[in-house]
Design a protein around this ligand. Structure first.
Ligand SMILES: [Fe+2]
Length: 390
């Protein structure tokens, strides 16, 4: 007899606990308050003597980039700066950065900022040594040459791009989200200094924090998970449960900022090798088509997706619920957290209409994140999840 819940028949995707897996980490992780002062030493250690800082104008206006430039000048390593990265970065921006590298004879990139700046820094360093357009390398392991050295300095706590094989871009021609995935573009060094996140506004802290939580929850629920990823994901969920509310309410709370930056890092150390789930499958086209900030899309979808998945992986979702402080129901715990940190408007506030759902669902169904999800979902189920987040 097929089990049925309010979402429809529960079609469980079976997880094989004896599945073989690989776990690779080629990135050196440097973590701690004030450690941005060591940046020049790390660049030199990797032969990155003529660096290009890749960032966005918003971050530049906070003074962080000036500070980093001063640190590098004092260490005898002056850097050029490309500050025109936007959210949902375009493949054409990556080509621009590649041209700046060539024009000035630079020999590596330092991505400083949120996921967009890090993803552009990674892809541009790859394009500097792999000929042609970024689109030629979309997919897994298409790069044929090692990129220039990449160093990643996240200033938000959410994407975890500093330790991933992925650069997520928007195709400037088609508007679709495209991802370049390769172990070659994992940064040589991820330098995580919690002090760089102290000035992050509450709304961005909230959205990026929910992105980190969704990486951990979806990785833990993935049918491709394994013990290394599980340990990291569980600790990340616990850290978000402890630290996201205080990080949003008091940005200068050092323990909260440290906890969230660690949560962001280790949630991606988990998700890198397990893929994610339906929440990310839907969040990516919502970013590409409607410019819903990635973290906000995840924040709105994660509770409905947890409610949908709970029947397929009840033990796992009970553990998630307990770690988030609501022993009975992960969806309730996630929803409460979302409300407490001020993400209260649904997708409709971002001009997403039910008429748009067909296109979003069609794009989501192409994502391998759907295959990682513990419960099978087709057009009908994904449409119902979007309605729940509207
Ligand atoms: Fe994400």
């Amino acid at each position: 007899m097929t089990n049925v819940d309010k979402w429809g028949p529960v079609r469980v995707r079976t997880r094989n606990p004896a599945r073989p897996f690989e776990y690779r980490l080629s990135t050196e992780i440097v973590f701690g308050e004030g450690r941005i002062r060591e940046l020049a030493d790390h660049l030199r250690a990797h032969g990155l003597t003529r660096p290009l800082i890749v960032t966005d104008r918003g971050l530049r206006s906070t003074g962080i980039i000036d500070r980093v430039e001063t640190i590098l000048v004092e260490a005898g390593l002056p850097a050029r700066v490309f500050d025109a990265v936007t959210s949902d970065p375009l493949t054409s921006t990556v080509e621009e950065v590649r041209d700046v590298i060539a024009e000035h004879g630079l020999n590596g990139t330092v991505g400083i900022g949120g996921g967009s700046s890090l993803d552009v820094a990674k892809a541009a360093a790859a394009l500097a040594t792999n000929p042609g357009a970024p689109q030629a390398y979309v997919g897994r392991e298409k790069l044929t040459h090692d990129p220039l050295p990449i160093v990643a300095v996240p200033t938000t706590a959410g994407t975890g791009s500093e330790v991933t094989i992925w650069s997520v871009l928007t195709d400037a021609q088609t508007g679709a989200k495209v991802s370049i995935g390769s172990v070659r573009i994992m940064p040589r060094v991820a330098l995580l200094d919690p002090e760089l996140t102290y000035g992050l506004p509450p709304a961005i802290t909230a959205a990026t924090g929910m992105d980190a939580l969704s990486h951990a929850v979806e990785s833990y629920g993935s049918v491709w998970n394994h013990p290394i990823a599980e340990s990291l994901a569980l600790r990340a969920i616990e850290l978000v449960g402890q630290h996201l509310r205080p990080a949003v309410s008091n940005g200068a709370d050092p323990m909260a900022r440290r906890g969230m930056l660690m949560a962001s890092l280790i949630s991606e150390l988990a998700a890198n090798s397990t893929r994610l789930g339906l929440c990310h499958a839907l969040a990516l086209p919502l970013g590409a088509n409607h410019h819903v900030p990635h973290g906000v899309a995840n924040a709105l979808l994660l509770a409905p997706v947890a409610d949908f998945n709970a029947a397929a992986a009840p033990d796992r979702y009970r553990i998630i619920a307990t770690l988030l402080g609501a022993p009975d129901d992960a969806a309730i715990a996630i929803d409460r957290l979302r409300g407490d940190i001020g993400i209260t408007d649904g997708l409709a506030a971002w001009n997403v209409r039910p008429d748009d759902f067909g296109r979003i669902v069609a794009m989501a169904l192409k994502s391998d994140n759907c295959q990682a999800n513990p419960r099978e979902a087709g057009e009908q189920e994904l449409t119902a999840l979007l309605h729940a987040a509207l």
